[in-house]
Ligand binder design. Structure first.
Ligand code: ATP
Ligand code: MG
Length: 284
């Protein structure tokens, strides 16, 4: 379990550039949840998740992992293995001669056997769709999309109990994006790992997450199921966010098909509901 108690974070405290990025955030994330973390640009999402593994220390408040206040730990080593953080634009963090070495960096540091490291590297590479051939390349010879995959694999190879991804698929083509996201969803279902996905895509949140946390100007603005959060469309719009496009479309369609149910958030659901509403009632 990951718990933030009344956490605030101020960048460059005491300087003229002081910036309060988080204000009194309280949140509890249970093991095995899949959370979508959304919010307008600058709302504090990246700051929030950097507190999860101790990369940033709260200016006030506490971060607890499995009941332990990580601010009291002498070393954050074990926390870094438990909470895997794929940062925004992770491709800039690749530095080894080969992709293989880069992906194996985390597991090697965990003190695993060479065989286990190898197993994990190959498994993580296959999760993100990197071939054995790609593993032998230099990260600098790779395309942006491939670098991104390598950086994600490096975190997956540590098999963290809590996997936090900060816009992991921004800038990838749609098919690559879906491939990676569905592999992560599948891994979540199989291993029971906790996943926190930061994204600007309401579509991705609707089809992947079970719970949505909304940040607004450094404060936690909403926290609830996909249905609860996306039924507050007007409030979301005030925060510069929106419900999924398919929700808007089906809301408009309801003028023509009155029996179409409220609160449709995914294309698949829309297809099923439109077909069934047309069979039952038809168009007015
Ligand atoms: N190193 C820093 N020094 C000072 N201010 C910062 C720093 N990093 C972020 N900020 C400020 O803190 C606030 C929160 O930033 P943060 O990066 O957490 O937002 P975000 O929700 O991740 O945004 P985005 O969607 O653009 O990634 C913003 O006002 C940002 O300008
Ligand atoms: Mg960010």
């Amino acid at each position: 379990m990951l718990k933030l108690e009344d956490v605030s974070y101020v960048y460059q405290k005491g300087s003229p550039f002081e910036k309060e990025a988080l204000k009194n955030v309280n949140i509890t994330i249970e093991d095995g949840e899949f959370i979508g973390l959304i919010g307008h640009t600058g709302s504090g999402k990246s700051t929030l998740i950097r507190l999860f593994n101790g990369l940033l220390k709260p200016t006030s408040g506490r971060v607890l992992i499995d009941g332990v206040d990580i601010g009291t730990l002498k070393s954050l080593r074990d926390i870094r293995f438990k909470v895997g953080l794929v940062m925004q634009y992770p491709e800039y963090q690749l530095f080894e001669e080969t992709v293989y070495k880069d992906i194996s960096f985390g597991p090697r540091n965990m003190g695993l056997s060479a065989d286990e490291v190898d197993r994990r590297v190959r498994f993580a590479a296959s999760m993100v769709g990197l071939s054995d051939e790609a593993l032998e390349k230099s990260p600098f010879e790779m395309s942006g999309g491939q670098k991104r995959r390598a950086a994600i694999a490096g975190i997956l190879a540590m098999e963290p109990k809590i996997l936090v991804l900060d816009e992991p698929t921004a800038g990838l083509d749609p098919s690559g994006r879906d491939e990676i996201l569905f592999k992560i969803k599948d891994m979540h279902a199989r291993t029971g790992a906790t996943v926190v996905l930061v994204t600007h895509s309401m579509e991705d949140v609707a089809r992947l997450a079970e719970r949505i946390v909304v940040m607004n100007k450094g404060a936690l603005a909403m926290d609830g199921s996909v249905r609860e959060v996306f039924s507050r469309g007007a409030e979301l719009e005030k925060m510069g966010l929106a419900v999924p496009q398919v929700t808007k479309i089906t809301d408009n369609l309801r003028e023509k098909i009155p029996s179409l149910k409220q609160g449709i958030f995914t294309i698949r659901e829309a297809e099923r509901e439109i077909v069934s509403a047309l069979k039952e009632g038809g168009v007015s």
